[in-house]
Design a protein around this ligand. Structure first.
Ligand code: GLU
Length: 268
């Protein structure tokens, strides 16, 4: 008799524990489940994109103070694909040092900001198909003796914090004295005032300084390959958004619209 009571008691405890475990498990997975980003964007009614504000011709302020450029046009194409209206878009300006944080913390849905795909960045975020390939070079005063990367040894060289050029310079010319700046204009002003002897970054970006100012020039050689792509947060809740971004980029490429955009912005 006593034995039977003990068995019933044991079964009862097992049932209670299993039920408690199931309830807790369900609660936990509900807590971890993130809302789908694509649906959040649809409900919100507009897409939020991080773009550059000082990087001609990709993301910069035009004469009316509005953000414009190739990256902005790609953002518009994505908004149009989602909402059939390219103006359902909020642009947030980002820099190389804050664009990953703004993306991963959810300040923006995606980042389109002259951002190179690198293995280190791929550990943190996902990338779309690439929409442009740039290469690094060096901007120097017109009369500078610097003709190659090796000439930067022991010189004061400006980079933009958080860029691939910052990393490459430290690896390729370890004796260069690296001066980091938050924006391109800060680096350019330092070059003009002689604090630094050169700036290294993507040719597509530096070239515009040489076009606007005949007292500076860029070197002919490219020191790296920089495939630009759209940054999307990792995780299955961002899968549908990434697919939509990839669909838009593929369509821009296969319809040749991307070449029209390159021509519009003087690229190639
Ligand atoms: N493409 C380079 C990078 O991703 C430079 C970009 C930039 O200055 O925005 O680091």
């Amino acid at each position: 008799m006593k034995k039977r009571v003990l068995i019933i008691l044991a079964i009862l405890i097992a049932v209670i524990l299993t039920a408690a475990f199931c309830l807790w498990d369900g609660y936990e997975s509900k807590q971890l489940e993130m809302p789908d980003t694509y649906k959040t964007i649809l409900n919100r009614g507009y897409l939020i994109v991080g773009v550059k504000a000082d990087t001609k011709p990709f993301g910069f302020k035009d004469k009316d103070g509005k953000l414009a450029g190739l990256d902005v046009d790609i953002a518009k194409a994505i908004a149009k694909s989602i909402f059939r209206d390219e103006n359902k878009l909020k642009l947030v300006s980002v820099t190389p040092s804050d664009r990953l944080i703004k993306l991963t913390t959810g300040d923006v849905d995606i980042v389109i900001a002259t951002m190179t795909v690198t293995p280190q960045r791929m550990d943190l975020i996902d990338f779309s198909h690439s929409y442009f390939i740039a290469g690094q070079t060096v901007l120097v005063p017109k009369d500078s003796k610097i003709t190659a990367l090796a000439d930067l040894a022991d010189e004061n060289v400006g980079v933009i914090f958080g860029t691939t050029a910052e990393k490459n310079l430290r690896t390729l010319v370890p004796t260069a004295k690296v001066f980091g700046y938050k924006t391109y204009n800060d680096a350019y002003n330092a070059l003009k005032s002689g604090i630094i002897k050169a700036i290294t970054s993507d040719e597509t970006i530096l070239r515009n300084y040489a076009l606007d100012d005949k007292t500076v020039r860029i070197l002919n050689k490219r020191y790296s390959k920089e495939p630009y792509a759209v940054g999307v947060r990792k995780g299955k809740e961002n899968k549908e958004l990434l697919e939509r971004v990839n669909f838009v980029i593929k369509t821009l490429i296969t319809s040749n619209s991307i070449n029209r955009l390159y021509a519009k912005w003087g690229l190639r």
